[in-house]
Design a protein around this ligand. Structure first.
Ligand code: FAD
Length: 534
């Protein structure tokens, strides 16, 4: 019965909005409740990383975001005292990994309305502003929300409740979930400036640059319409006035003809995570689950990883394609990434900016640095073995492993046209049989909803092979080589583009390995005996 109920999202920050777009992508009805009467006007996150761009692409919301943003293909790392560039992160090293080998700068208060507008197109009327969640109860079939709305108190029934209500999450508090971590003594000062540094006073700073300095580090961000500076305010120091900020900016960039402070924000920085992320039909996401030091753009973008992981799972369960066990993987996979991955990396990056030791992710080789810093290098613990990673290492792409995000390379589809791997996987779990299409491999199996089987080969499947409709042509075996896998290998890829399994296969054997793996992954009743988290 609960299958007909919508999924309720509380909070229309970036994580709530992107999660709603994800649910809309999978045709899951959802309602978004935001207590404020408008989307946030606060100047907050300024950089959106490549992995987030991929998620927005999957949720069909990338183009309007790119139109409003500034694309950046190199992240500078500069010693402030000597103005000497250290190792910069060149995202254009990632052309064999992603269609979007860049990050973007866009202020969060400009990103949110773009996301809100796309959501209105996809799910008209789903976003309810001025609706504050007061309390909720849950039972076996759903969740009942009590809302304070412009029309008075309202009760809404939903299949699940997704708490995207930020660092002070009411939902988390009501569930009695503890938060552990600490708050930094220093605060961060963020200043948006109008200053002509392109033609009149050319400085040629990278569009995104981290200036390390034991005295006072600084981050410089070229926003679409202005420049942004971010630096720490020592404990107890009062907020500087406009004249002070202008003088500081001039000390940093040198004398310029004209300069105006457009806006400022001083904020307290936390490093805190919730002890549990799920309670029955209620899930914590984004800042409600983890407040990460917003260094290296790891605040907002770590929340988007949650919004990448949960929507397809909910869709699979609500469509009856998977058991409730599929939902457990959300916390198992994302919490180590947030707590130990992003959280610890952001703290290490903060120390590095103040002159501390080089962070692992800065000496990982050109490709490794670019991958880790923009694709959030994550390998997820897809099978419950505890094996995950936040960092990739190497000057050149390395072979993929189970749990990795699959590279988004093109192949030629059954219809003849180019199709990228992430697009093929977006709606299905892909079973890719890398084997010689000429030998008529046995890749078929009983129909399982949500699973699609293909043979991938540099030998185009002959029209009389019976495989033509389920064959992907991989000229020069480019995809297979990038994956780094041997002939006769099956690769299972999930809708969020993470690799669920890599196993050798006997191409002519009758055993339906793909079907068995998929049934174990979705924990469908007939396979309950097969354990593992996906
Ligand atoms: C000044 C600043 C700079 C930052 N810079 C960066 C950066 O450069 N890069 C980066 O990655 N991250 C940065 N961050 C962090 C980033 O802004 C957050 O990680 C991000 O906003 C989290 O998104 P969210 O959707 O989880 O939560 P939020 O953006 O906090 O959204 C939560 C929403 O829930 C609503 N809400 C709360 N309670 C209720 C309720 N009871 N009922 C209904 N609605 C409710 C709130 O009004 C809000 O709109 C920065 C943060 C700050 C403050």
């Amino acid at each position: 019965m609960s299958k007909q109920l919508p999924v309720a999202i509380v909070g229309a920050g970036p994580v709530g909005l992107i999660t709603a777009l994800g649910l809309a992508r999978y045709d899951v009805p959802c309602l978004v409740f935001e207590e404020d009467g408008r989307l946030s006007l606060d100047t907050k996150a300024g950089t959106t990383l490549t992995r987030t761009l991929e998620v927005l692409h999957r949720y069909r919301a990338l183009e309007p975001v790119l139109r409003a943003a500034l694309r950046v293909d190199e992240i500078g790392d500069i010693d402030r005292a000597t103005n000497t560039p250290r190792a910069s992160v060149r995202t254009y090293e990632l052309t064999e990994d992603t269609r979007f080998p860049f990050v973007i700068n866009i202020p969060q208060h400009e990103l949110e309305p773009v996301l809100g507008a796309v959501l209105e197109e996809r799910a008209p009327g789903a976003l309810h502003l001025g609706h504050r969640l007061e309390s909720f109860t849950q039972d076996a079939d759903g969740v009942t929300l009590q809302l304070d709305t412009p029309q008075g108190r309202q009760e809404v029934r939903a299949a699940y409740l997704l708490a995207c209500d930020g660092g002070r999450s009411v939902v988390r508090e009501q569930l009695g979930i503890a938060v552990s971590g600490h708050t930094l003594a220093e605060r961060y000062m963020l200043v948006d400036l109008r200053v002509a540094l392109d033609v009149d006073n050319p400085r040629d700073y990278p569009y995104l640059a981290y200036f390390g300095d034991p005295q006072e580090w600084m981050i410089l961000v070229r926003q679409p319409h202005c420049w942004r500076f971010l630096y720490p305010l020592a404990p107890g120091r009062p907020e500087p006035d406009t004249a002070e900020l202008e003088a500081k900016a001039r000390r940093f960039i040198g004398d310029v003809s004209d300069l105006e402070v457009l806006g400022t924000n001083v904020y307290t920085v936390h490093h805190r995570v919730a002890d549990r992320w799920r309670e029955g039909r209620v899930f914590l996401m984004g800042d409600a689950a983890h407040l990460i030091t917003p260094m290296w753009a790891l605040g907002l973008n770590t929340g988007v990883l949650d919004a990448s992981n949960l929507p397809w799972r909910l869709a699979w369960v609500l469509r009856g394609w998977a058991s409730d066990r599929l939902l457990d993987g959300y916390e198992t996979e994302q919490s180590p990434v947030a707590i130990k991955g992003s959280g610890e990396m952001a703290e290490a990056a903060r120390a590095y900016m103040s002159g501390g030791d080089e962070v692992g992710a800065m000496n990982a080789g050109d490709w490794g640095n670019a991958f880790t810093r923009s694709l959030l290098g994550v390998s997820l613990d897809v099978d419950g073995t505890g094996d995950w990673s936040m960092v990739k290492v190497g000057d050149r792409p390395t072979p993929v492993r189970t749990g990795d995000r699959a590279p988004d390379l093109p192949v030629f589809g059954p219809d003849g046209g180019i199709v990228h791997l992430h697009d093929l996987a977006a709606d299905h779990v892909l079973a890719l049989h890398f084997t010689d299409a000429r030998r008529r491999p046995a890749i078929a199996g009983p129909e399982q909803p949500g699973l699609r089987r293909y043979v991938v080969s540099r030998w185009d499947a002959p029209l009389d092979s019976g495989l033509r409709d389920s064959a992907l042509f991989d000229p020069g075996a480019r995809l297979q080589r990038r994956l780094g896998i041997a002939d006769d290998t099956l690769v299972l890829i999930r809708p969020d583009a993470h690799i669920a399994a890599i196993v050798p296969i006997a191409p002519t054997a009758e055993r339906d390995v793909a079907g068995e793996l998929y049934a174990a992954m979705t924990a469908t009743p007939e396979r309950e005996e097969v354990h593992g988290q996906w």
